[in-house]
Ligand binder design. Structure first.
Ligand code: ZN
Length: 309
């Protein structure tokens, strides 16, 4: 079933619109140029994540201003079935490695688990927004993830979904798909009908490809409000998932490119147990940074998990 997708959409790094100017700032397709007002950074704080609308803990990265209105800084009810290292355990099957279920402590907060077996465990989620893209970086990222036996979450756009072969491959290789809107819209600025128009086609693509309804919505710019939360929940059964740890792969690029070592440094500098890391599979330097980044995260004793649909 073909889904109508918006054409000629400029790719926009997720974090752009967190700047004081609420208008989303469009930047050219991969990788973004510096046309946007830069997110104010706090001196001495590594990797401010101004897009994170909710609270952010242990990240050293507080948003300057919440993106949501009205502010809902209180953690939301955790999703009922956030899981991690696998699917449902088959009846009668004794898995030597029990599956621990993780869920965000709230929007923009690290993962937590009620399972006593989770005690002392360090987990991290890698999330990739804005793609997939046929420029090679999505494929490179998928190859790295496969080589390192790491599963991740991909939040796809309408223009990304034009590359159905890649969307299917992401699913086939065991990663989790979620919507990132058709046009990379700022959902806070839309009417309820407008929000549904941005979600419907991408949700349908994901259902078509995976046979499952997506459970997690990544709002562009991390921008949402109570209406977005309600529509996601009531109309689609989705939870809003932002991030706690920005790789900053969108910031400080020169000619659209950034030293991959800086992406590694920024990510490691903010890493904390339960971190939800925001990256972009549309960016070449992110693809280049990933092999070593994963090795470094593993060396710190972290396990990679996803929140399944
Ligand atoms: Zn984005």
């Amino acid at each position: 079933m073909p889904v109508v997708l918006a054409a000629s959409i400029s790719l926009t790094a997720c974090s752009r619109a967190a700047a004081p100017n609420p208008a989303p700032v469009e930047v050219p397709t991969t990788p973004p140029a510096i046309t946007a007002p830069q997110t104010p950074t706090t001196p001495g704080v590594k990797g401010p994540i101004t897009e994170v609308p909710g609270q952010s803990q242990n990240t050293g990265a507080k948003p300057d201003k919440p993106q949501q209105d009205p502010p809902t800084n209180a953690p939301v009810t955790p999703p009922p079935a956030g899981g991690s290292t696998g699917g449902t355990q088959p009846i009668g099957h004794v898995d030597p490695k029990p599956i621990i279920k993780w869920h965000p402590r709230g929007i923009g907060l690290p993962l937590t688990s009620d399972d006593p077996a989770a005690q002392g465990k360090k987990v991290v989620v890698l999330t990739f927004d804005d793609g997939p893209t046929d420029t090679g970086s999505t494929v490179s990222i998928l190859e790295t993830l496969a080589a390192e036996n790491v599963k991740a979450m991909f939040f796809i756009t309408g223009y990304g979904a034009k590359h159905m072969d890649l969307v299917k491959r992401i699913h086939r290789e065991g990663h989790v798909l979620g919507p990132h809107t058709v046009t990379h819209a700022n959902l806070r600025e839309l009417s309820p009908a407008g929000v549904r128009e941005e979600l419907d086609p991408v949700v349908k693509v994901i259902e078509e490809v995976s046979g499952q309804k997506p459970k997690w919505l990544r709002p562009p710019y991390g921008a949402y409000n109570q209406s977005v939360i309600d529509i996601a929940k009531n109309d689609y059964g989705m939870e809003v998932l932002t991030w706690t740890d920005g790789s900053l792969d969108w910031e400080g690029t020169k000619g659209g490119y950034k030293d991959p070592n800086l992406v590694i440094k920024d990510t490691m500098g903010q890493l904390h147990p339960g971190a939800v890391v925001l990256m972009h599979d549309t960016l070449k330097h992110t693809a280049e940074a990933l092999p070593e980044l994963i090795k470094k995260i593993k060396a710190e004793g972290y396990e990679f998990v996803v929140l399944p649909n």
